[in-house]
Design a protein around this ligand. Structure first.
Ligand code: SAM
Length: 218
């Protein structure tokens, strides 16, 4: 089936372009040992986020949804030694695993993990952030974009993961809450005059999905 080709090709690309990365491999192993679900971004996507942050010259990054900190490591590397990542996680156990992974990866001192429901912790934060990566409970994506806007300035980049959901977004008979949230999200992105946005479908080791990318323009 097609999904096997997607996976094999993703692995081929990652072998060349991501390569061996003991800190990231160790983080995934620690996640698995702790029983965390393997719902981190794929290696090629982690590197994409890392490059995007560097292209933006991001020094302050906000992440919503830490899990074991796999994407957090990629983002923390991108901001450099004097940069900072704030990452929000609901599950204390996930935050604890992430703390270990970030420290072992040598970027722990530039990452602040805030434990709690993101809708509760976001109002405590002060911006502006240069890049916001939204990857938590998908039903709140529109709320997270509104909060991200409050914490932005013109030039801030906002990435929202998992908006395509194997095409469920465009299957209007599919009333799965996550699919509905994706439809609401793109409507919010389209209607918000402070944002210029697009969305891309992706295939790979994580199946068929995609992300939205928005630029804060005013
Ligand atoms: N960004 C991570 C990565 O790529 O390595 C993966 C994040 S995982 C897809 C989503 C995470 O969001 C889970 O760890 C989950 O516990 C967390 N989460 C769910 N609801 C949340 C909420 N209301 N506030 C903060 N985090 C939440």
């Amino acid at each position: 089936p097609m999904s096997e080709n997607w996976s094999a090709t993703d692995t081929y690309l990652a072998d060349f372009l991501v390569g061996d990365d003991p800190a990231l491999d160790d983080a995934l192993a620690a996640n698995a040992a702790a029983g965390l679900r393997p719902i981190d971004v794929a290696p090629v996507q982690g590197k994409f986020l890392h490059l995007l942050a560097r292209i933006r010259g991001a020094r302050r990054v906000l992440e919503i949804g830490t899990l074991g900190g796999y994407s957090t490591i990629w983002l923390a590397r991108a901001v450099g030694e004097s940069g900072h990542v704030t990452t929000l996680e609901y599950e204390p156990r996930h935050a604890e695993v992430a703390r270990g992974n970030l420290d072992r990866a040598g970027v722990g001192d530039r990452v602040d993990i805030r434990v709690g429901a993101a809708l509760d912790t976001l109002p405590e934060l002060e911006g502006p952030f240069d890049l916001v990566f939204i990857d938590a409970d998908k039903e709140n994506n529109s709320n997270y974009v509104r909060e991200a806007l409050r914490l932005s300035r013109p030039g801030t980049v906002i990435v929202v993961d998992n908006v395509v959901r194997a095409g469920a977004i465009s299957d209007l008979d599919d009333d799965d809450p996550n699919a509905r949230a994706s439809r609401e999200l793109v409507a919010v992105l389209a209607a918000e005059p402070r944002l210029d946005a697009t969305a891309l479908q992706t295939v790979g080791v994580k199946g068929w999905d995609g992300f939205a990318l928005a630029l804060v323009v005013e």
